[in-house]
Design a protein around this ligand. Structure first.
Ligand SMILES: Cc1cc2nc3c(=O)[nH]c(=O)nc-3n(C[C@H](O)[C@H](O)[C@H](O)COP(=O)(O)OP(=O)(O)OC[C@H]3O[C@@H](n4cnc5c(N)ncnc54)[C@H](O)[C@@H]3O)c2cc1C
Ligand SMILES: Cc1cc2nc3c(=O)[nH]c(=O)nc-3n(C[C@H](O)[C@H](O)[C@H](O)COP(=O)(O)O)c2cc1C
Length: 594
């Protein structure tokens, strides 16, 4: 069921409210929607009931979240539900919908915020973050706050946005309810503990508000997550780049039959990988460890080999591992690297090395348990869903590029991409769960135009977008910009795009093959070539989507869009940036970059 609301004159919500409701509901499955409807009915009953249900005067507790891929949003929603259950008057707001100047009027606020890009705030938090760090930010001496920062310690700017907000609020005179809690990718238990601590620290609501009868239990529903993933059978695993291509990209189809999972275009699927067996052997050999040794992970006893197979992160390097290995190998060189205040060298080191490189370059003798303790838990990897649900109800399709490269004299592979591309075959089962992405959605208005910019595997969600719009008969025109290295070997889904063009599901397609001529051509060059029409489409209400590489492409495409608005839209640079910011805020310029 998709959660849509179309405001009409008699509709009780204004546009902004309707959008808030839609974004809060998007991605929920049927049972969750049913639960929310009961919850909302309960809230309504409570607000119209006599004194016993009245909120505590002047004690609104605000929870602000800035979340790109939904982790922080889920934590914020769970905290809000529990705080409401305990009788607090709660306001749960996305940072995107929050007027920063309102902070002056708040008494208690919890900030839940992740970090994206290269230490940047998530889209939702951009304006609030900018405001707080600017000279415009007011003194906030009446505010009590705490911060839950989400991040990934394989990035050197670990939890940067949370840190920025925490430091700045204190500078502005606000009082910490408790210290910032920084969560790594395995965030759930830290987030749960922080939420419980937060509720214990809040000024207590009066007893009379503690009427919780409106809460209904969540009905048993097949909700799959990291702890209990769905085992999806592999239906198709097919290479879709040519024999001469420098990239190995596969189209993978998985069966969702029996799962009850429903997805929307824009969502991703998380895949729990099994590590490369060859790499597991290399670790055991390098460290002279016996794979059959029993170690413990939490309360569980597991064989070392099994834990390296599918429980611990043995490819992607994290600061957590680097810190632990500096002590294990007693390495001043790693210690010095970790102390690099500019973090440039450290950033390069983390990007270029995998765990095995560190173990081989800084040899040490270590016992099995200490080694296991130094590693992070193996995390799922997200892949944009490249199929439309309506057209393929029991299936989900992914477009996976193998991460494979040579460094320090040895072949390296990525854990999940090599698992999907090289090691699973048709009939195998893959552990997955849905990662809804309410920030990357088709326009609500079926007549609205879309401009989709997706080079490489960035094209994946646009296959889903076009399939879905074709299936629903949406009349809005669609324009795809695709780019890759070579036309003959890298044109992903070429025949399908031609079919869509012929059938009128796709009106325009512009491609850039960077290595087919002497000078490199990228999607941003095509956007500039077609600048006058791109600018006109934007003026006439088109929604712009960008998916794929976060390191270079997203910024280059942003610059091209700005240049187009300057050259053809009659704006100066500052106005063009402001226009793009406004489009971002209104949801007409969405990015899903990684
Ligand atoms: C929302 C979202 C959607 C995504 N959609 C897709 C998609 O549709 N298709 C897709 O293919 N991917 C997609 N990704 C990326 C995907 O999640 C994985 O990050 C990717 O497949 C690599 O994971 P891995 O486990 O194979 O590599 P890992 O085991 O995580 O990492 C490999 C390690 O190698 C290093 N490394 C990688 N390449 C190089 C290099 N060339 N030189 C030196 N070091 C290197 C890295 O720093 C890393 O430490 C998406 C990511 C997100 C967040
Ligand atoms: C493309 C991308 C870039 C990221 N960059 C950072 C980073 O610079 N620093 C960091 O600590 N975490 C980084 N992360 C990790 C996220 O902060 C982490 O996955 C977090 O749990 C996401 O929470 P959210 O879903 O609420 O946005 C990045 C994640 C992605 C997908």
């Amino acid at each position: 069921m998709s959660a849509t609301a179309s405001p009409t004159p008699s509709f009780p919500l204004n546009d902004a409210e309707a959008q808030t409701v839609q974004s809060a509901l998007s991605g929920l499955n049927d049972s969750q929607l049913l639960w929310v409807s009961g919850y909302a009915a309960g809230l309504a009953a409570r607000s119209t009931a006599p004194a016993a249900a009245a909120p505590v005067a002047g004690s609104t507790y605000t929870i602000l979240y800035g979340s790109q891929t939904g982790n922080g949003e889920a934590i914020a929603k769970a905290l809000a539900a529990e705080a409401t259950r305990q009788g607090f008057e709660v306001r749960l707001v996305s940072m995107a919908d929050y007027k920063p100047a309102s902070l002056k009027r708040e008494s208690v606020v919890s900030f839940i915020v992740s970090t994206h890009g290269e230490g940047d705030p998530p889209d939702d938090a951009e304006l609030l973050h900018e405001f707080l760090l600017s000279s415009k930010a007011p003194q906030l001496s009446d505010l009590k706050f705490n911060v839950l920062a989400l991040g990934d310690s394989s990035y050197v700017n670990f939890c940067q946005t949370g840190r920025d907000i925490d430091t700045r609020l204190a500078e502005l005179g606000a009082e910490r309810l408790g210290p910032i809690v920084e969560c790594d990718v395995d965030y759930q238990s830290d987030a749960d503990a922080w939420s419980a601590d937060t509720l214990a620290l809040l000024p207590k609501p009066s007893q009379q508000t503690q009427d919780v009868s409106y809460l209904r239990a969540v009905p048993d529903a097949p909700v799959f997550d990291r702890k209990s993933p769905f085992l999806a059978e592999v239906l198709v695993n097919q290479k879709i780049t040519g024999r001469d291509s420098t990239r190995d990209i596969h189209h993978v189809e998985l069966s969702l039959a029996g799962s009850g999972i429903r997805y929307e275009p824009g969502d991703a699927l998380a895949v729990l990988p099994v590590n490369p067996p060859q790499l597991v052997n290399e670790f055991l050999d390098a460290l002279k460890l016996d794979g059959s040794t029993t170690i413990s992970i939490g309360d569980e006893d597991v064989e070392l080999r099994k834990s390296l197979d599918h429980r611990l992160e043995i490819t992607s390097l994290s600061l957590v591992f680097l810190k632990a290995w500096a002590e294990i190998a007693n390495s001043d060189e790693i210690r010095a690297l970790l102390e690099d205040s500019a973090r440039v060298e450290l950033g390069q080191f983390v990007d270029q090395h995998q765990v095995i490189d560190v173990v081989l370059q800084y040899p040490a003798s270590v016992d099995a348990q200490t080694f296991a303790d130094s590693l992070r838990k193996l995390e799922a990897r997200s892949y944009s869903i490249s199929s439309g649900f309506e057209a393929n109800p029991d299936e989900v399709h992914l477009t996976v590029a193998a991460v494979r490269y040579e460094a320090f004299g040895r072949e390296h592979v990525g854990a999940a991409s090599s698992y999907l591309v090289d090691r699973v075959t048709e009939g195998d089962q893959v552990a997955v769960y849905l990662v809804p992405n309410s920030r990357f959605r088709l326009p609500q208005d079926p007549a609205a135009r879309t401009i989709m910019i997706g080079p490489g595997t960035g094209v994946a969600p646009f296959r889903a977008f076009v399939e879905e719009r074709a299936e629903s008969g949406a009349s809005g025109e669609n324009w795809l910009f695709f780019g890759a290295r070579n036309f003959s070997s890298d044109f992903l889904y070429q025949l399908e795009w031609h079919r869509h063009l012929k059938q009128g599901n796709l009106q325009r397609m512009d491609v850039a093959f960077s290595r087919d001529q002497a000078s490199k051509i990228y999607v941003q060059d095509r956007i500039r070539d077609k600048g006058s029409e791109v600018s006109r489409w934007i003026d006439e209400g088109a929604h712009v989507y960008v998916c794929g590489d976060a390191k270079r492409m997203a910024a280059d495409v942003h610059d091209a869009l700005r240049d187009v608005l300057v050259k053809h839209g009659g704006l100066d640079e500052e106005q063009a940036e402001a226009r793009l910011k406004e489009l971002r805020r209104s949801g007409r310029y969405q990015k899903d970059v990684y």
